[in-house]
Write a protein that binds this ligand. Structure first.
Ligand SMILES: [Zn+2]
Length: 464
């Protein structure tokens, strides 16, 4: 299944031991003391270990479950260890050093992309970055890496190379990759990408992949009003011998939003440009994390823009983009009626209805906004200009209310309320009325001659 997730965020685990009455009282008062810690991660390529030094003024309790099997040593000794769990109390004004076995952690990767000795290690942050339950956002992280190695991580660094861990929940996934590659700062409209590519396979294929990614990103963001996130992590794993263009892509939001792409090295530039994954994942940077109930909005925004952006970039014709939008609607419609969008759960049977109902919502919203003299691009741009929060979940209703208040003439709030109640695929009646078209299953398979549709799908190829 070729599905792109923006939703692989586990619900926060609530199973941490409560350290005493003081914290319990603070919890009751709605405030938990956050510990400021300073981390240094030292990678030893010969020993294949990552030694994490943790220091703090105030002391902390660290409790590690998921990755405790990769821990080779803890200094000072852990309070408790065993049964897949380690607990460590860090006294005030002291440091601890926790060493992780990168070989074991890398070998555990189910895609066999966890390590290559002397070349790279790719692992989730929670496999080595021990955190207390509440971490002060100013907590710092520095890396000490072998000569010629870099780190691709979601956290931005200051000029001195210190990362701030920020406010996003510790349970949100974050990918960390260390290896013999450079992190390249790629200028795109509105900002820069921190692009890292694993040094796998043929160097010519990697160069072509880099060209495709940079050229595409620049075109997409030029048409969408600029990069929505400051300096995001973009991680690319070229897959030698793989002919499928982009077998997997996703956005992870721990630390800061980052885009992860797994790209078939044998596919070639035409196939990469023909694939929707890059545009879809980059489009996810335009919205905050909207939770399970906002999944249809999030995936809808990606699914709508993956077609619009590629037409604008000249990677396919306007007619092709239109056909892909229509066939998406058809796949959504084919699912048939079920639960209302407001309450629909995660399930393979309903995925297409979730994605393409969302795409229909944004399509109808874009039409209405443009009929009123604005556009979805403009409203999203104003939303992020007002300070989009990437470090917390935003309720989907709050997201829509904010967009609606920026341009009430687009009718987003009213349309959202209607879509929430839909137990089957949207009728697209608004779009039909505005475009003077028949029922959507009889829409022409070339782009209808309407100035709003021309404007949406207009190529900006001349000015990348
Ligand atoms: Zn998605």
């Amino acid at each position: 299944m070729h599905l792109k997730s923006d939703h692989r965020i586990a619900p926060s685990k609530n199973a941490w031991a409560t350290p005493g009455l003081l914290v319990a009282a603070a919890l009751f008062a709605g405030h938990v003391h956050a510990t400021k810690l300073d981390y240094t991660a030292n990678l030893d390529a010969d020993a294949e270990t990552l030694a994490l030094r943790i220091c703090g003024d105030a002391g902390a309790r660290l409790d590690l479950r998921s990755a405790s099997r990769f821990v080779v040593s803890v200094e000072p000794a852990a309070d408790a260890q065993g049964a897949g769990r380690i607990r460590l109390t860090l006294p005030a004004n002291r440091c601890a050093i926790i060493t992780t076995d990168l070989r074991a952690a890398g070998n555990a990767d189910r895609f066999r992309l966890g390590r290559e000795r002397g070349v790279y290690y790719r692992l989730a942050a929670d496999q080595w970055l021990w955190r207390p339950r509440q971490l002060d956002p100013m907590s710092s992280l520095r890396f000490a890496l072998p000569a010629g190695w870099s780190a691709s991580v979601p956290w931005r660094a200051d000029a001195g190379g210190t990362h701030r861990l920020g406010n996003s929940p510790g349970s949100w996934p974050a990918l960390t990759v260390f290896g013999r590659f450079a992190v390249e700062r790629v200028v795109v409209p509105g900002g820069e990408l921190r692009l890292a590519m694993l040094p796998l396979g043929d160097a010519d294929a990697r160069a072509a992949m880099r060209d495709w990614l940079i050229e595409s990103s620049r075109r997409y963001f030029a048409a969408a009003g600029g990069l929505p996130v400051a300096s995001p992590q973009i991680f690319v794993a070229p897959l030698p011998g793989v002919r499928s263009a982009v077998p997997w892509g996703e956005v992870q939001r721990g630390g800061a939003p980052g885009v992860l792409l797994y790209v078939g090295a044998e596919a070639g530039a035409d196939a990469w440009r023909g694939d929707w994954t890059l545009a879809h994942e980059l489009a996810h940077l335009q919205h905050p994390y909207l939770g399970e109930h906002g999944r249809w909005l999030a995936e809808g925004l990606g699914s709508y823009h993956q077609n619009v952006w590629r037409a604008r970039a000249g990677h396919m014709t306007r007619d092709e983009a239109w056909q892909k939008l229509l066939s998406g609607f058809a796949r959504g419609r084919a699912v048939g009626p079920g639960e209302a969008l407001a309450s629909i759960g995660r399930g393979w049977g309903t995925t297409m209805r979730v994605y393409w109902s969302g795409a229909a919502f944004w399509f109808e919203s874009d039409l209405a906004l443009r009929a009123a003299g604005s556009s979805l691009d403009q409203v999203l741009q104003r939303y992020r200009g007002a300070g989009m929060r990437f470090d917390r979940r935003v309720e989907p209703g709050d997201f829509i209310a904010a967009l609606d208040s920026l341009e009430p003439r687009g009718g987003l709030q009213r349309r959202y309320d209607e879509y929430l109640m839909l137990a089957s695929f949207p009728t697209l009646r608004e779009a039909r009325t505005l475009l003077k078209l028949a029922a959507p299953d009889r829409w022409p398979d070339t782009l209808p001659d309407h100035p709003i549709l021309h404007a949406i799908f207009q190529s900006n190829e001349a000015k990348p």
